[in-house]
Design a protein around this ligand. Structure first.
Ligand SMILES: [Zn+2]
Length: 149
């Protein structure tokens, strides 16, 4: 995805399809679809992935129907020498070509990022906020708490 499209899609105001969202539990992956508030044809999907083979893993991915936008690796192995947390920004021509942002370069909201399993809700909230997803009236459920699904 080229930089201009990326900038446009990132700043686009988005709304979640389902405002009741459940945080993924260990070894689970959950998807949270959203769309542009004023441009319904722009569709997005946030993927929370906690599937790890050998060790704990937590990543948040933002995809659009124009391609991958960013992946936030919160817990997991380093990539190209960058320890987690780090952000992959897919603004290159090649889908696999991503720019790395280290923890020092992360957007200000990510300063609050937590690697505590009980606080993933906060991470998801920050990630959605950073991607301009409307959080008004959104209810987060922790999958480990009864009543969530
Ligand atoms: Zn990574």
């Amino acid at each position: 995805m080229d930089k201009d499209t990326y900038k446009k899609l990132l700043s686009l105001e988005k709304i979640l399809t389902n405002k009741q969202i459940t945080v993924a539990s260990q070894d689970e992956q959950r998807k949270y679809p959203s769309r542009g508030i004023f441009s319904v044809n722009h569709k997005f999907e946030t993927v929370m992935n906690r599937k790890g083979h050998k060790r704990d893993k937590l990543s948040l991915m933002m995809n659009s129907n124009d391609g991958n936008m960013m992946r936030f690796d919160i817990i997991g192995k380093p990539h190209q020498g960058y320890p987690t947390p780090h952000l992959h920004v897919f603004t290159g021509e090649n889908t696999f070509d991503s720019k790395f942002l280290s923890s020092e370069e992360l957007p200000y909201t990510f300063d609050e990022i937590v690697s505590n399993p009980s606080a993933f809700k906060k991470d998801l909230e920050l990630f959605l906020k950073y991607n301009n997803v409307e959080l008004k009236n959104v209810i987060f459920y922790d999958s480990s708490i009864k009543g969530g699904n």
